[in-house]
Design a protein around this ligand. Sequence first.
Ligand SMILES: NC(=O)c1ccc[n+]([C@@H]2O[C@H](COP(=O)([O-])OP(=O)(O)OC[C@H]3O[C@@H](n4cnc5c(N)ncnc54)[C@H](O)[C@@H]3O)[C@@H](O)[C@H]2O)c1
Length: 416
Amino acid sequence: MTALSSVAVVGLGYIGLPTAVSLATGGLEVIGVDVNAGIVERVNRGETPFAEPDLSVAVSGAVAMGRLRAQQEMPQADAYVIAVPTPFAGDHQADLSYVTAAAEAVAGVLRGGEVIVLESTAPPGTTRRVSELIAARRPDLHLPHVPDVPPDVHVAHCPERVLPGRIMIEIATNDRVIGGLTPACAARAVELYRTFCHGELIVTDAASAEMVKLAENAYRDVNIAFANELSLICQRLGLDVWEIRQMANHHPRVDILRPGPGVGGHCVAVDPWFIVAAAPDLARLTATARAVNDHMPAHTAEQIVATSRRFRDPRIACLGLAFKADVGDMRESPAVDITARVAAALPEVKIHVAEPHAPGLPGRLGEFGNVVLTDAEHAIADSDVIALLVDHSCFRAVKKTQLAGKVVYDTRGMWA
Ligand SMILES: NC(=O)c1ccc[n+]([C@@H]2O[C@H](COP(=O)([O-])OP(=O)(O)OC[C@H]3O[C@@H](n4cnc5c(N)ncnc54)[C@H](O)[C@@H]3O)[C@@H](O)[C@H]2O)c1
C-alpha cells in the first residue's frame, strides 16, 4: 500500500475547511472541493468564508505555501474526506442527498487504492451505503462492504467532535473514533488522521463509529432537556432553578446542566433525530428530550411577550442571536427563533437586538420592520424588557445599574 500524499476534502464548511488546512499543515497536498463557487474563490484567495479563531491565518498560510487549493470539480487524489451537510428532512429523517452527491462524484474519479472517509455525522449504515453507492457507479472496482474479496478502495467513518470557537485546537488534540467497513479500512484511515491528529485514535467498525457520534449529541440533548424541564417546573412552583441547581450539584455524583432558551446549532438539535429514526419504538427518551428542547423557544417568547404587555409602550432588547456563547453561528439558533416570535407577536413594538459576533441580522429577522440591530449598551438603555438569550462573555460586563428599573429575562442565568 502506497503512502498517502494527496487528499481531497469534499465540503469546505465549518468542519471541512479546518480539516483541509490541518491536513495541509500535516504535510499533505490538499485539494478542497466545494459546490459553492464563492467559497472556492475565497479559499483560493487565502480567505475564510466564516469566522473561527486561528483558521484565517492557517488558510492563508497553506494557500500561500501551495499546500491547499480549492476547486468545484472532483480531483483524483489518494484520499477523500467527505464533510458535507447532513440535515434532517421535514419528517426528521436524515437528508443524505449531499452525501450521495459527494460519493457519486468521488466514484467517478477513482483509480483504485484510495481511502474514502465520511466525516459527516450520519445514521448508522451510511458509510456502508457510501460504499454501495460507489460500487453501483463503479462495477470495475471491489468495494469493502462485499466480504471475502480484497477491496480496491477503503471506506471508513471518522466523526468530528470539535467545539466551534476552539476548532483549530481541538481538531489537532481531540481523541477520534475511526470506524472502518473492515479493519484494513480503519487502518488506512488512521494513517490519514495521524498526519495531524495528536489525540488517541480509537478504532472500531463503521456503524459503531456512526452511533458513537449520535450518542454523544443525544447525551447532551437529553441532559439539557432535563435542565430545561426542571426550569419549567421550578417556574410554575415559584422556585429559583439556579439556586436549586447549584444546591443539587453539591451532591458528589450530580451535575445538572444549565437550563436555557432551547438547543440550536447543526449537531445537538439534529443528530438525536437520527437515533429516533433508526429505532422509533425504542428511542422514547431521546424523542422526548427533542420535544422538550424544541418547545423552549416558543415558551421563552411567550414569557417575553406576556411580560412586555404589562407596559403601555414597551421596548424590548434581545441580547444574542447565535446558537451558543461566543460564536457568530446562527444556524438553528433558538435566540433567532425567539426574537422572530416576539417580533411577530408584537409588530408595533421596537425590538433592539445585539449580536456582537455577527455582522448583520439573519435573513429571517431582516423581514421584520420592528427589529433593529444595535450594540448591547444601546439596546439595554433604550428598552424596558431585557431578554438575555445567549451567554456571550461580553454580556457579563453589563452592570447592575444598567439593568436597574428594567424587567430582566435572563434565560442563561448569567446575571443570576
Ligand atoms: N459544525 C460543527 O460544529 C460540526 C461538528 C461535528 C460534526 N459536524 C458535521 O459535519 C458535517 C458538515 O457540517 P458543517 O458544519 O461543516 O457544514 P457546512 O454547511 O458548514 O459546510 C458544508 C459545505 O459542503 C458544501 N457542499 C454541499 N454539498 C456538496 C457536494 N456535493 N460537494 C462538495 N461540497 C458540497 C457546502 O457548499 C458547504 O460549503 C455535517 O454532517 C455536520 O453534522 C459539524
